[in-house]
Ligand binder design. Sequence first.
Ligand code: GLU
Ligand code: ZN
Length: 283
Amino acid sequence: MTFKTRFAPSPTGPLHLGHAYSALLAYRQAKAEGGAFLLRIEDIDQSRSRPQWEAQIYDDLQWLGLDWDTPVMRQSDRTPAYQSALQRLTDMGLTYPCTCRRADIEAAAGAPQEGVPQFGPDGRIYPGTCRDKEQDGTQTDVAIRLNLSKALTQLGELTYTEVGPLHTGTHKINKNNMLSNVGDVILQRKGMGSSYHLSVVVDDADQGITQVTRGADLWEATEIHVVLQKLLGLSTPKYFHHDLIRDENGKRLAKRDDARAIATYRAEGAQPQDIVKMICLEP
Ligand code: GLU
Ligand code: ZN
């Protein structure tokens, strides 16, 4: 199978050093394997995505010396693919509409208890209030969740392979831990269509990605992705989670940290090799 990896930025702000690291790493892996490097614009959140940021992404990546296979996949063009994946999960009886507001979820979760996690990779762990609601397959203006407990009972052993340096090896998903640490994830957001988790799984499969290279901040979401892949009959790529680029105080570089945008360094006269040096990659 030809090696295929991708860089999947959201056009909600400028690319920073962390993005440059992720993109260059994936690009170099693709070149080293004689494989393909794909780009995907993760613009499902239309309220935060801007064409200007998308244009800046192409410009910055080109400036860094990257090229990619075209056409570029854009999540905003992919609604039918997400809808059919969601329908499939609904047909399996694994989804339910959730009408809870944030405050409802907080109230239902009650006071924090020792040893019981409150937050997982999908935010606050959902207390299950709406779990018995009937799902009408065509509802679009409502949040839809995965009934994780029901989903996991339909699946056998779940494993995936991490090839990155932080958690190298084959990992077996512990279903009980997943139920308490992750819970019923969102598959569709009210008025926004597919969630990040569902989109990323459908897109990686449709792009034929064999290795997902991304930041360690998404390591904990991988279990969710593996479960969705298995439910949808999709193959699980290898995962490579890289360490995050931090500033001198050890703080993770966020996208809103404009001072460190690639565009800012460029405006100050930096050359691509200066960026490569700053993120500690070989020239
Ligand atoms: N769009 C995500 C981000 O901007 C990356 C998703 C992924 O690589 O799975 O961080
Ligand atoms: Zn609910």
